[in-house]
Design a protein around this ligand. Structure first.
Ligand SMILES: NC(=O)C1=CN([C@@H]2O[C@H](COP(=O)(O)OP(=O)(O)OC[C@H]3O[C@@H](n4cnc5c(N)ncnc54)[C@H](O)[C@@H]3O)[C@@H](O)[C@H]2O)C=CC1
Ligand SMILES: O=C([O-])CC(=O)C(=O)O
Length: 313
């Protein structure tokens, strides 16, 4: 299996590193526009192979898409990260151009690839890649839900003083303040979380999760990369190993949850064809309302992208 990661910055290089040391692909091509940058990162990861004992070949290239040809999966991480005081949506004008030009090249050289978008604002950049690629919805998706649920699970594990391995959770909606964590579907070793934690504490954890990206931006001056890079690699693994994992993934809804044509995070089955199935949960009225608010916000930003694209044409 051949995987390309576009953008050799913090998230892209972390993703490539996880793909390599966990031997998720035979070959990982890292591509960046910054001269020599991807070559350097790929060489560093390759030089770690005798220490960490893996044989995935990592190759770096400067904007040379011919070297990415016939990739099975392509992860797009190219684009600006936000700085303190910015929202993810503030990145749209710069990142849309980058994601669209990268997608054009990906389609030209790997027409059968499955694309995983990571660049922000996530839901709308996934839509941007969809418009450019015209790939069917099973082959174009965004990474956010695994990261957001991982944050939620990590905070819960800390509060309950249990292993994060035993916390199962699902979360829906856009990747931003309107995301919809679902405590009703959260369990700890099979036990509903609501039996183990007070409502106040759970609410505080849900709020911290919604602001999980912003908390790190404030601490570091740029956004996170270890958990995001690992989350993208986990999606690649589910696809290349046909694991049929159940993850929250950003996908184009086509009538599920009563929503059509909007990119939102929902639970899916991820396997060799990409999105194998969108899972429809029975939401209660409050959850439906939260999802509707999230849909409305993402749709507004999708419309803003459409206007920007029309103005350029
Ligand atoms: N979906 C999610 O949950 C998350 C999304 N992100 C987003 O991922 C993106 C990347 O974040 P970082 O890696 O921290 O940023 P970074 O600045 O460390 O790396 C971005 C890389 O993209 C490269 N790049 C820019 N234009 C390019 C082009 N046209 N072709 C190829 N490469 C190009 C840059 O040279 C740079 O090396 C940001 O938009 C960030 O907001 C970050 C974390 C989580
Ligand atoms: O916060 C950001 O800008 C990056 C991101 O999406 C995250 O870490 O959740």
């Amino acid at each position: 299996m051949k995987v390309t990661v576009v953008g050799a910055g913090n998230v892209g290089a972390t993703c490539a590193d996880v793909l390599a040391y966990r031997e998720i692909a035979n070959e990982v091509v890292l591509l960046d526009i910054r001269e020599g940058f991807a070559e350097g990162k790929a060489l560093d990861i390759w030089q770690k192979s005798p220490i960490n004992l893996y044989d995935t070949r990592t190759v770096g290239v400067t904007n040379d898409y011919s070297r990415t040809a016939d990739s099975d999966v392509v992860v797009i991480t190219s684009g600006l990260p936000r700085k303190p005081g910015m929202t993810r949506d503030d990145l749209i004008s710069t990142n849309a151009g980058i994601v669209q030009s990268v997608t054009e090249n990906v389609v030209k050289h790997s027409p059968n690839a499955i694309i995983i978008v990571v660049s922000n604002p996530l839901d709308v950049m996934t839509y941007a890649a969809h418009i450019t690629s015209k790939f069917p919805r099973n082959r174009i998706m965004g990474m956010a839900g695994i990261l957001d649920t991982a944050r939620y699970r990590a905070f819960l594990a800390e509060e309950l003083n249990v292993s994060p391995k035993d916390i199962q959770a699902v979360l829906m909606g856009g990747h931003g303040d309107t995301m919809v964590p679902l405590p009703r579907y959260t369990t700890v070793g099979g036990i509903p979380v609501t039996e183990l934690i007070s409502e106040d504490k759970l609410t505080a954890i849900v709020e911290r999760t919604k602001n999980g990206g912003g908390e790190l931006v404030k601490l570091m001056g740029t956004s996170a990369w270890y958990a995001p890079g690992s989350a993208a690699a986990q999606m690649v693994e589910a696809i290349v190993r046909d694991q049929r994992r159940v993850f929250p993934v950003c996908v184009k809804l086509e009538g599920e949850y009563g929503i059509d044509g909007v990119y939102l995070g929902v639970p899916v089955i991820l396997g060799k064809n990409g999105i194998e199935k969108v899972i429809e949960l029975q939401l209660n009225d409050e959850e439906k309302q939260l999802l509707e608010t999230s849909r409305g916000h993402v749709k507004e930003v999708m419309d803003a992208l459409d206007k920007m694209t029309a103005a350029k044409a």
